[in-house]
Write a protein that binds this ligand. Structure first.
Ligand SMILES: Cc1cc2nc3c(=O)[nH]c(=O)nc-3n(C[C@H](O)[C@H](O)[C@H](O)COP(=O)(O)O)c2cc1C
Length: 396
């Protein structure tokens, strides 16, 4: 039976970001649903992301807050809110409007968006949609578009992709560093096996999407020959030469690698386990943030620290900011919202998170985001489970 085009739940009944998930499941074809909802192996990495945010409590300070400022500067560009849309590939799987539609919704709400290398539409068309929306809004939106880079194995191709991104006017480059190979997406493996059995055992070969010659994976399936297992720190030198703007390394999961990132002079790191889609049993993004806060707090003065993975509530955003994050990324809720309700869904998802940010700020007793401090959260439960540098050193 074909999927319905509209979810049975009216948009008005979406009150939390989780509400979009059920609505998206109703409308998405199975393959697209599996693509977005799946994670690596038994799902532990995704579960850790989701489970860890609620394990931190606030320590709210009393007394009223009469005015609120939720703006946050990301790599020199002010956004209306301290969160952005994380890079997600093949958004055409969510909605035929794909990336341009997402960008229009985000621009209306003053959010920055990170556009994936594996887009459904050409990166220039996405930038055009952004400019069109800006002109509708009288160029008043602080939103900017950033570009997530999967570095192609072929370096000539890599350089030309960076040049295209630059010429199109993207503001910053987010180089994904956790994808030397694609994680084992269990739900997709079952689906592939079923498809193959249905086709009498023939293997499906994933072709690059017609409009994108750079994506290393489409719909969660690798395009042979695209993912570079050899990407390393030395590659940053030529990437910097090609790209003169800010660079963020996406997918950092340890304090040691944050130190390396500082030594290599990048402008930001995105602490992320790729939404639980890459390595099995990864640290949650929040646990990595705590590791940096504990063992290398100087990092927060040397580069901008971003976090994504499992953020579903505006309160989670503020927990990350208390611990020193500049801003946080939100992935699946936007995919689900867009799949179920198109641009209106994107805007409502933003409104939900924005309201939660505002409510929580008021009750925390902070008028602006720069007043958030580590002593406003109690992270003891997670700190008890955090990695310890001396764990395996012999003790007498
Ligand atoms: C459907 C989907 C597609 C994704 N595609 C990409 C991608 O193309 N490049 C990338 O660096 N990360 C990609 N990610 C990871 C996200 O950028 C982000 O790290 C993750 O979604 C954050 O977790 P959350 O979904 O729990 O918010 C993808 C995630 C999802 C759910």
């Amino acid at each position: 039976m074909a999927n319905p085009t509209h979810p049975t739940t009216p948009l008005a009944l979406c009150v939390t970001t989780d509400d979009f998930e059920a609505a998206a499941k109703e409308v998405l074809p199975e393959k697209a649903w599996v693509y977005v909802s799946s994670s690596a192996a038994s799902g532990l990495s995704l579960k850790a992301n989701l489970d860890d945010w609620p394990r931190i409590n606030f320590r709210p300070r009393i007394m009223s807050v009469s005015s609120l400022d939720t703006r946050r500067s990301v790599l020199g560009q002010m956004a209306s809110l301290p969160f952005f849309v994380s890079a997600m590939g093949t958004l055409g799987n969510a909605h035929p409007g794909a990336e341009p539609l997402l960008v229009r919704g985000a621009t209306r709400k003053g959010l920055h968006t990170v556009i994936s290398t594996a887009t459904s539409k050409p990166l220039e068309n996405i930038m055009n949609a952004y400019h069109e929306e800006q002109s509708h809004l009288g160029h008043q939106s602080p939103s900017r578009l950033c570009f997530q880079l999967y570095v192609p194995i072929d370096r000539t191709k890599a350089r030309s992709l960076i040049q295209r991104v630059k010429a199109a006017g993207y503001q910053s480059l987010w180089v994904t560093v956790d994808t030397s190979t694609l994680g084992k997406r269990t739900a997709d493996r079952y689906l592939q096996a079923r498809e193959s059995l249905d086709q009498g055992g023939r293997e499906e070969v994933t072709e690059a999407a017609a409009e994108n010659d750079y994506g290393p994976a489409f719909g969660g399936r690798p395009v042979p020959g695209y993912l570079d297992p050899g990407l390393n720190w030395e590659d940053l030198a030529w990437i910097k030469q090609e790209w003169s703007g800010p660079i963020v390394l996406k997918g950092i999961q340890t304090v040691e690698d944050v130190k390396m990132a500082v030594q290599h002079g990048v402008q930001g790191v995105l602490l992320s386990n790729h939404g639980g889609r890459q390595i099995h049993s990864a640290p949650s993004a929040l646990m990595t943030l705590l590791e940096i806060r504990t063992y290398y707090p100087e990092a927060f003065d040397k580069l901008e620290v971003f976090v994504d993975g499992g953020l579903r509530d505006g309160a989670d955003v503020l927990k990350a900011l208390c611990l020193g994050a500049t801003a946080v990324g939100v992935g699946r809720p936007y995919f689900y919202a867009m799949a179920a309700y198109g641009q209106e869904g994107v805007e409502r998802c933003t409104d939900i998170l924005a309201e939660e940010v505002e409510i929580t700020m008021k009750m925390l007793g902070v008028a602006s985001l720069d007043q958030l401090r580590p002593d406003m959260v109690n992270a003891t439960r997670l700190l008890n489970e955090m990695w310890r540098p001396d764990a395996f050193r012999p003790r007498l």
